[in-house]
Design a protein around this ligand. Structure first.
Ligand code: PAF
Length: 294
């Protein structure tokens, strides 16, 4: 496949897209350190759009801890190689100065009350920073005409996905937000750019997150009470893992479920969300429970 065009300024991105005035555009926003999970986003974009744009930008606004920002992997060369193999047309990899020429922006987006729960509770301001950069990317990559415009986000970041969908709807962005299923390693660990910061022991310990989710899935499939306490106990039995939350929520709204999942046999659908710190690395995962047919 041909090498994607690498652009590092907003003007160069607009110029590149201006060469395809009536083409549909598929945007895949990333922070780089790409893996097979990102590849599946690019494949989904490739299948449905004329032009595929991948952004690579480690957005300082969405990092609370300076250490986390500093240690976030930056691997542009290997990212470009991966993107060449999966059919990206344009890679937008701006500097921090290019995205925020005046330093911290005077105006940003606010993820509201929903943005203070789950991930937002442990990472104050994270979703405000995320929405601010995604709104900029949505503007910068939009087609010149009224051609179709689609953006692709991983289901793994379920709360991010819900917030981006909410932003696009509430603020009338002319973009269709598409969710792409989580990609896992053979042993169940959800793919994440952060996984490469785990030591071999920590990586092994991190498997308890997907095991806890699978335990809940098995109960849901058997229509038993979900009994999340036993899944919590499983995670807490792993010494290298510090559980932040394990929540069973509605897959549509991410609000707590109306039924008592400790006692009531499971029917319908739900989403199990989990977040934990493994050593210095914060990991999240989730799994849909039940099926529409139940
Ligand atoms: O999911 C990510 O990698 C980031 O939050 C995103 C959507 C690229 C915004 O910086």
């Amino acid at each position: 496949m041909t090498k994607p065009l690498l652009v590092t300024t907003k003007a160069a991105l607009r110029e590149a897209l201006g060469r395809h005035p009536s083409s549909s555009i598929g945007l895949v926003p990333t922070m780089g350190a790409l893996h097979e999970g990102h590849e599946s986003l690019v494949h989904a974009a490739r299948e449905a759009n004329d032009v595929v744009v991948v952004s690579i930008f480690v957005n300082p606004l969405q990092f609370g801890e300076a250490r986390d920002l500093e240690h976030y992997p930056r691997t542009l060369e290997s990212d470009l190689e991966l993107l060449q193999g999966c059919g990206a047309d344009v890679v937008f990899a701006p500097s921090v100065e290019e995205m925020y020429p005046n330093g911290e922006p005077m105006v940003g987006l606010d993820a509201g009350q929903f943005g203070t729960r789950f991930e937002g509770a442990s990472r104050p301001g994270h979703f405000n920073g995320m929405l601010t950069v995604v709104s900029k990317l949505f503007h910068l990559a939009q087609p010149g005409s009224d051609a179709a415009y689609r953006a692709y986000f991983g289901q793994k970041d379920a709360q991010q996905l819900a917030l981006v969908r909410g932003m696009a709807a509430d603020l009338d962005f002319p973009v269709e937000v598409n969710a792409v299923p989580t990609v896992r390693h053979d042993d169940g660990l959800a793919m994440s750019s952060r996984n490469r910061r785990l030591s071999p022991e920590e990586r092994e310990a991190a498997l308890v997150l997907s095991r806890a989710l699978r335990l809940l899935e098995a109960r849901a499939d058997a229509h038993e009470p979900l009994d999340p306490d036993s899944a919590v106990a499983l995670v807490e039995s792993q010494k290298l893992v510090e559980l932040d939350y394990l929540e069973i929520v509605s897959p549509d709204t991410l609000e707590p479920l109306a039924f008592n999942c400790h006692e009531t046999p499971f029917t319908g659908t739900a989403l199990a969300l989990i977040a934990a710190r493994v050593g210095e690395v914060r990991l999240i995962d989730n799994l849909p429970l039940g099926t529409e047919e139940q």
